[in-house]
Design a protein around this ligand. Structure first.
Ligand code: HEC
Length: 122
């Protein structure tokens, strides 16, 4: 316990400061992005995300990793590699359930996730 606690405190501190820039509002099932604080091209991508990525779970699952630095279900470190594999995985899942996501849509969704990740590590 003596070594675990400081390590946890440090992790939480890093996660809190590293993700200060992502404009997340609300929490739980109402967690969302503050679209007014997104640059123009990302606003349309966010509209697409709200439509395409909320069929099976709320946006909390998508946005939480920007606050914690860890993916909420499989607990992987959240970085450009995980963003890529998660986008691929979710697009495949969605198409499989008949909620089609086109290649162009997938590109704009991953562009938004990458933009947010960039913002979160500044
Ligand atoms: C067809 C249903 C479905 C759709 C649509 C969907 N998801 Fe998921 N999502 C899941 C399921 C089920 C999980 C649980 C983890 C798993 O099965 O891989 C999940 C987990 C996640 C996770 C956590 C991953 C982890 O490893 O902890 C993230 C982030 C995520 N989804 C983002 C998205 C994004 C972004 C979109 C839109 C492109 C999306 N999801 C659309 C079903 C869906």
């Amino acid at each position: 316990m003596k070594t675990v606690l400081p390590a946890m405190v440090l992790l939480i501190a890093i996660a809190a400061t590293a993700n200060a820039q992502v404009p997340i509002a609300g929490k739980g099932d109402t967690m969302r992005l503050d679209a007014a604080r997104l640059p123009q091209p990302m606003k349309a991508n966010y509209e697409r995300m709200r439509e395409k990525c909320t069929k099976c779970h709320s946006l909390e699952r998508v946005l939480l990793p920007f606050q914690t630095g860890i993916t909420p279900i499989t607990m992987q470190p959240f970085d450009m590699d995980t963003v890529k594999s998660i986008t691929f995985n979710m697009v495949r899942k969605s198409n499989g359930k008949n909620y089609p996501i086109s290649k162009d849509e997938a590109k704009s969704l991953s562009a938004l996730l990458k933009y947010l990740l960039d913002e979160s590590v500044r």
